[in-house]
Design a binder for this molecule. Sequence first.
Ligand code: HEC
Length: 127
Amino acid sequence: MKKIVISKFSAVLVAAAIILMGGMTVSASAETANDNYNLYCVQCHGSAGTGKGINAPFLAVAPRNHTDPKAMGELSDANVALAIKEGGSAVGKSTQMPSWKHSLTDAEIKDIVALLRQKCKCTGAAK
Ligand code: HEC
């Protein structure tokens, strides 16, 4: 009996997820860098961007503090974009920073790099 209740609940969850994902696909082009950051990055980097997301305590490597002008200033825009697109391993960092190339377009990644520059109030290293 209990099992049946749980599976019905799961079916409702799956249906809800499909409906939500459908909505996301339709509005994808209208999403701003902020929306994407809040959707994909906050679990680890935190809503304030300080690297203290809800998932952060469970990672072996601390997520980058995007508001730290020193740490972020040492990274070029190209490095930041590559880390987002291909994941941490592409820039010699932790694989716990995932690759987002299947979720974000190059243009969306470019907008997120600009958003991160606002968060750190810094410009990137030349290279
Ligand atoms: C599953 C957790 C997780 C998520 C989700 C995540 N990151 Fe990260 N991120 C990390 C970790 C861990 C590091 C630190 C890697 C290191 O220092 O070795 C990191 C590092 C970074 C860095 C610094 C890379 C460098 O070269 O030092 C940038 C920029 C970054 N993340 C951007 C993002 C953006 C933008 C998103 C959302 C699209 C995102 N991250 C989502 C875990 C995550």
